[in-house]
Design a protein around this ligand. Structure first.
Ligand code: ADP
Ligand code: MG
Length: 336
């Protein structure tokens, strides 16, 4: 046993499309220790959401499938299960209780027709069999925990009566109501302005510590990882290209793609806000791999300033660098 909370090994996820088979995730390995926050970072289209939806078994069967890999999850009972092999009934028991998920746009997950208190209480009734009264009390407690003022009164509100930031807090309250061991947060702050974004990150960090959760935090913005992550995995073209502790990624990026992302980080940290300046976005030239026509060898080579003919000969292996860190680049030593 690895002692990991979540241990994804060799995950391959593909979609059947009119244009042919699309390889969205091409052999991803990820581990999250209990109480650890792993940030999964990469440009739009790199396969972050498909990785997390695969882990939650939310890839619609009509269009896609997990073609290979194991998704080992160790629950609070200490039992390790391969989520890739569970049936949908077993999986829906885990979702919302031991594993919870929050998304970018709360309005897609909140029901506009129900008061928020009722919606938060619903999960507690469903998964823990609480009475209506006990579940309502739990909902109020959760609203207080996510720092919503006047929780008793706000529990009676409908989603459209709240601001975007408040709605995201409600989403978090409803995700955490059953005290999950693992929270998957897919771009939870992307739709929010930067001040509210920081408040939500600080809140998530506090709740992660209070609840002792492991968190998979997905973002396209490397600027937010310093606020929240213990470790960072960088994804490109359906593969992990680098993973390392957060301080190492930010100060000593090894993969040219990570270096590029860091050159284009909009600052969200305290210093940048205090100065009131917004750093210019330096884009990485070129665009994301066409999933139907990936280049030979390294997916990033066509956009890479360090590319040589050898880079296109074969997909580079994910090599260990320092303790617990890896990079998928055959030139990482030379370009360090
Ligand atoms: P990210 O979250 O990193 O922006 P995604 O994981 O959403 O990227 O997408 C990875 C790739 O999978 C993209 O090429 C995307 O077009 C494709 N993809 C995602 N969902 C579907 C789907 N339901 N059907 C077909 N292709 C999909
Ligand atoms: Mg996504």
């Amino acid at each position: 046993m690895s002692g990991a909370l979540l241990d994804i090994r060799g995950l391959v996820t593909e979609f059947r499309t009119e244009a042919g088979l699309l390889h969205a995730v091409k052999g991803v390995d990820l581990t999250i220790a209990p109480r650890e926050t792993l940030a999964l970072v990469g440009e739009s289209g790199s396969g972050k959401s498909v990785t997390s939806l695969s882990a939650m078994r939310l890839i619609p069967e009509r269009v896609g499938r997990i073609a290979a890999g194991e998704i080992l999850f160790t629950g609070r009972d200490g039992q390790t299960r391969d989520l890739a092999k569970l049936d949908q009934r077993q999986m829906s028991t885990l979702r919302g209780s031991e594993i919870a998920m929050i998304f970018q746009e709360p309005m897609t997950s909140l029901n506009p027709a129900h008061r928020i208190g009722v919606q938060i209480a619903e999960a507690a009734r469903l998964h823990e069999g609480l009475s209506r009264k006990a579940a309502h009390a739990r909902a109020i407690e959760m609203l207080r925990l996510v720092e919503i003022p006047e929780p008793e009164r706000r529990a009676e509100a409908y989603p459209h009566q709240l601001s975007g930031g408040m709605r995201q807090r409600v989403m978090i309250a409803s995700a955490l109501v059953c005290h999950p061991a693992l929270l998957i947060a897919d771009e939870p702050t992307t739709a929010l302005d930067s001040t509210v974004q920081l408040q939500i990150l600080v809140l998530l960090k506090r709740l992660q510590e209070e609840f002792g959760m492991g968190v998979l935090f997905i973002t396209h913005n490397l600027g937010v990882v310093a606020e929240i992550a213990d470790r960072v995995a960088v994804m490109y073209g359906g593969r992990i290209v680098e993973d390392a502790p957060v301080a190492e990624i930010l100060t000593q990026p090894r993969h040219p793609y990570t270096k590029g992302l860091l050159g284009s980080v909009p600052r969200t940290d305290h210093a940048a806000r205090a100065g009131g300046s917004r750093e210019r976005l330096a884009q990485i030239p070129g665009s994301m791999v066409d999933p139907f026509h990936p280049p030979p060898g390294c997916d990033f080579a066509p956009r890479c300033a360090f590319a040589q003919p050898a880079c296109s000969a074969a997909v580079p292996p994910l090599e260990p660098t320092s303790r617990g860190s890896h990079v998928r680049c055959i030139r990482w030593r030379e370009i360090a």
